[in-house]
Design a protein around this ligand. Structure first.
Ligand code: MGD
Ligand code: MGD
Ligand code: SF4
Ligand code: MO
Length: 895
């Protein structure tokens, strides 16, 4: 049987087809307009992330498994008791752009209409809030004017603070394909880091972090100076131009001055401006390098200003394009998941909106004031003003700035309820009540992608254990709290119908978000709903691909607004500090609760890492492959050093993904201060100041096991030094680094046999075969169960560079004595060492790729023919190109 659904990861919102053979197989849906059959590496590996292992299968109260009636009753009665004592404002919800629209709708309705607490916010505050605010200032509504089809129509792509090659890979492939078809198309990247998206582009502006506003103000002045303004459009359809231009001109000055402020060569700035002027078909695609800043909203408007000034908005092939992060970041905005919104794109600024929502919901306790935004919400938990918080589908102990404060605030909060799909997350570990939700492939509903397209996520598999749908859990609690009549939905179709009806209620074309054409869907029609772009109403019965081309906007005057914005001086870097940038990697999704389960996705980057320039590393005494400790007054993080000239001097980068489930101290957000954009409340997650020092703990330990360590032993590993956990096909590898004292006492730095024995014993390891030179600090051992390898341990004072894949393959088969001895060398008999996996789909490693390049494969297509790398999802093609370039420059003359 084949079923169509939508990928649960990024905001591209690719359609998938699931084949239910003996096991689920996932491939790209050729008919879906987001991807036309393509999938990136995460989408391709979806089937690997399924299965009951590690899943949360039953509700828990205070660590004890309970039945659903007991869990619902406990949640409802404890919430009611807190509300009775402290008022409705003492309870909060913290939601997620990974909930389905239907889940989100009922959560928001329960809180803002029935419980009467406005304190509902979502992780979209960390993600899209600045864009929402920027859109509302410019367009009067939170609309993305363009659509994906503009990619094939555009001729110039400007990527601002967006690493699309890794984070919106399928859209990046569409850009690449357009460029391949017509190489005169231009790709320009604005990012302080030379990210994977910079590979082979026409221009990369490695600007000083935080200076984008100056760069775009400079562009606006340049457009005026060069007489490139669309005066007719400005006059007829916009307001506020003169002030915005004057502010930009006052600040930006000449190209040289902009270049100085942005720390860029003047020629690069000029080339960017010239490209924008020369090419009317320009798309400016932006993401977190823009949003996650203290002036994120202003940056968004500075970009939109340039598009308004040239009339390039909502037109085929041009426009500003916000790349949404999560699969349903848009859907959450549509139902009013943000604390300053109400529902269906209405907010608290107009009484009429509040009355309308109250009337439609027949709500007894409608909220009339905005609630706390994420950072303020957790500060209110910390102060004790919020006494109960229900967290769904997000992991704030990992992803919020000042994450250790968030953790402490939750630990002290009287009632923390977490709905999740896995047994352990850093946030669940702070919860009083844990509720098992169904996850992707089990749940049913809708999501809206970056181009406003609503697609169905369909259930492909039954719910595991006692897991229930998020909407169902919320409605059960609502019913138990006495709101039964308003939460007795028969299923997601009924919720969607009500959501659509609210968007249409007394709308009369005034509110952009209008699903009036979808209010009458039958359950079957909802089940079969084909992807459609809102609005869907009498004006756009089949949905609208573009908005704003007719010059109609949703401000009071109907005109689009220019916003006068000016760049503040970026904060000075304290002496001995580096500027820390944070972001994503190709194969992992956020806190790794799903992608961390797929062995193939953990080989590209296996540990938390720190990227910095070799010159900085030298000054700090750091070496490639060694460990580093990053710290500031807020916290500390440990990571593996990767030297790269892709990083500007004085700046460094760490990934956001590692948690206490996968590493000892890998959470980067413990270092990031909770400074927010004053307009949007979005935290500036792209900047922190850190000190860095080498972390040399002495003993390098590799522990490879089947099955993984239990919670208690993993905690033990984490508490003893550096630890990281990596899933492989058959085993789990624990890469540890322990302090000298832990295992050594001998004068020459050798291993102390008693301590070694104690250590092995503490981890329940009983080796049967070993090779040891304890005086030199070397120990290698293996244990067997029913003739098969069950564990191996390697200890050395020097870095261990073992062939992980080979070792992993030795598990699950009977080994001869010779093979057992070979195993202890850590290398196969052919002696191949470890190098990182570049192509995750076919597990092709860097070493084989470089060898093939040296043997004459000088294009990624040739590499594909020889090694298959890059021939499935194509996510690694930018890296293949980079390796070819690097090998050729290194060995150019001889190749
Ligand atoms: N593989 C993968 N893909 C994902 C996700 C994931 O977890 N993994 N998450 C999804 C989500 S929720 C989101 S929000 C998106 C995010 O997608 P992106 O925004 O592309 O992701 P990031 O890597 O966080 O940041 C993008 C870039 O901003 C740059 N940057 C930092 N400071 C500045 C600055 O001052 N100016 C400019 N111009 N650039 C700057 C960083 O160097 C980085 O390369 O990705 C989505 N896609
Ligand atoms: N420093 C820094 N910090 C950042 C960012 C950054 O760039 N830099 N980016 C920010 C951004 S843009 C984002 S979006 C956030 C993301 O950060 P989070 O939202 O905290 O991360 P996730 O790992 O996506 O958390 C989702 C949780 O929901 C669970 N889950 C999955 N599916 C379901 C479901 O259907 N129902 C329920 N109930 N649970 C489910 C997962 O197991 C997981 O625990 O991080 C933010 N934090
Ligand atoms: S680009 Fe990748 S992660 Fe994003 S929706 Fe498509 S397949 Fe999923
Ligand atoms: Mo995000």
């Amino acid at each position: 049987m084949q079923l169509q659904s939508t990928c649960p990861y990024c905001g591209v919102g690719c359609g998938i087809v699931a084949d239910q053979l003996s096991e689920l197989r996932v491939s790209g849906d050729a008919s879906h307009p987001a991807n036309y059959g393509r999938l990136c590496v995460k989408g391709s590996a979806l089937a690997q992330t399924l299965g009951e292992q590690g899943r949360l299968l039953a509700p828990k109260v205070a660590g004890q498994t309970v039945s659903w009636p007991e869990a619902i009753d406990t949640v409802a009665s404890r919430l009611s008791a807190i509300i009775a004592q402290y008022g409705p404002g003492s309870v909060a919800m913290y939601l997620s752009g990974q909930l389905l629209t239907e889940d989100y709708y009922v959560a928001n309705k329960l809180m803002k209409g029935f419980i009467g607490s406005p304190h509902v916010d979502t992780n979209s505050r960390l993600c899209m809030a600045s864009t929402v605010a920027g859109h509302k200032r410019a367009f009067g509504a939170d609309i993305v004017p363009g659509c994906y089809a503009d990619i094939e129509l555009a001729r110039c792509y400007i990527l601002v603070g967006a690493n699309m090659a890794w984070n919106h890979p399928v859209l990046f492939q569409r850009i690449q394909a357009s460029k391949q078809q017509d190489p005169s198309r231009k790709i320009i990247v604005i990012d302080p880091r030379r990210s994977a998206s910079c590979e082979g582009v026409d221009l990369h502006l490695a600007l000083k972090p935080g200076t984008d506003l100056l760069l775009f103000n400079g562009l606006l002045s340049f457009l005026a100076k060069e007489n490139q303004l669309d005066h007719d459009f400005i006059l007829a359809y916009t307001q506020g131009f003169a002030e915005a231009l004057a502010t930009a001109q006052q600040q930006a000055g000449t190209i040289e001055q902009v270049a100085l402020g942005c720390d860029l060569p003047a020629e690069q700035v000029a080339a960017l401006y010239r490209a924008f002027v020369d090419e009317p078909l320009t798309l400016t695609l932006f993401s977190q390098g823009v949003n996650q800043a203290q002036n994120g909203t202003d940056k968004v408007n500075a970009i939109i200003n340039c598009h308004l000034a040239t009339g390039r908005i909502g037109k085929a092939g041009s426009g500003p394009f916000s790349l949404t992060g999560q699969p349903n970041a848009m859907g959450g905005r549509e139902v009013g998941g943000l604390a300053n919104q109400l529902a269906a794109h209405m907010d608290y600024s107009q009484n009429a909106d509040i009355e309308l929502v109250q009337e439609f919901w027949q709500a007894p306790n409608i909220c009339r004031q905005p609630g706390y935004k994420a950072v303020d919400l957790f500060a209110a938990v910390e102060r004790g003003d919020i006494k109960a918080i229900w967290i769904m589908a997000t992991n704030p102990v990992v992803s919020m700035p000042e994450a250790d404060r968030v953790k402490a605030a939750l630990a002290a909060c009287p009632l923390v309820i977490v709905s999740d799909i896995v047994t352990h997350t850093d946030t669940i570990d702070c919860a009083d009540i844990v509720l098992p939700a169904t996850g992707w492939s089990e749940k049913d509903g809708t999501v809206t992608n970056s181009e406003r397209r609503i697609s169905r996520q369909r259930a492909l598999l039954p719910a595991p254990g006692l897991a229930r749908h998020d909407w169902q859990i919320i409605c059960d609690v609502a019913q138990a709290m006495g709101f039964a009549d308003h939460f007795n939905f028969s299923g997601p179709a009924a919720i969607f119908a009500e959501h659509a009806a609210l968007s249409a209620y007394k709308n009369h074309g005034q509110r952009a978000f209008d699903l009036s054409g979808l209010t009458q869907l039958t359950v079957q029609q909802y089940q079969d709903l084909a992807p459609v772009q809102w609005p869907v109403n009498s004006k756009y019965p089949l949905g609208a691909s573009r908005l704003g081309a007719d010059g109609q906007f949703y401000t009071a005057s109907g005109k689009a607004g220019f916003i006068a914005v000016s760049q503040q001086q970026p904060a000075e870097l304290a002496t001995d500090h580096l500027l820390l940038n944070t972001g994503r990697i190709r194969d992992q999704w956020h806190s790794m609760t799903r992608t961390g389960r797929a062995a193939s996705l953990l080989q590209h980057r296996a540990e938390p890492f720190l990227e910095l320039h070799p010159q900085d590393a030298q000054l700090l005494g750091l070496s490639d492959g060694g460990l580093a400790r990053l710290s500031n007054s807020l916290g500390q993080m440990d990571a593996r050093v990767r030297l790269t000239e892709a990083q500007r001097n004085g700046e460094c980068f760490v990934p956001i993904h590692w948690t206490e489930q996968f590493s000892s101290q890998g959470r980067c957000d413990v270092l990031v201060p909770a400074l927010v954009d004053p307009v949007s409340g979005q935290p500036a997650l792209k900047q922190a100041q850190v000190q860095i020092q080498p972390l040399a703990l002495y003993w390098q330990v590799w522990l490879m096991l089947k099955p993984e360590l239990d919670e208690r032993l993993w905690l033990l590993c984490r508490s003893r030094g550096y630890a990281s956990k990596q899933k492989h096909s058959r085993t789990v590898l624990y890469q540890l680094e322990l302090a000298e004292l832990e295992l050594a006492t001998t004068a020459g730095g050798g291993l102390d046999p008693t301590k070694l024995q104690q250590w092995l014993c503490s981890l329940a390891i009983q080796p049967e075969l070993s090779s040891q030179a304890l005086a030199l600090g070397h120990y290698r051992a293996a244990a067997f169960e029913a003739e098969q390898l069950s564990c191996c341990v390697f200890i050395s004072p020097a870095p261990l560079n073992l062939a992980v894949e080979y070792l992993d393959q030795q598990f699950n088969k009977e080994l001869s004595l010779n093979e057992r001895r070979q195993l202890l060398t850590g290398r196969s008999s052919s002696g191949e060492a470890q190098s990182s996996v570049i192509c995750s789909c076919f597990q092709v490693r860097e070493a084989s790729i470089c060898a093939a390049i040296r043997q004459g494969c000088h294009s990624y297509q040739q590499l594909g023919q020889q090694l298959k790398c890059g021939t499935n999802c194509g996510s690694c093609i930018p890296e293949l190109k980079a390796l070819i370039a690097a090998e050729l420059s290194l060995h150019g003359e001889t190749l």
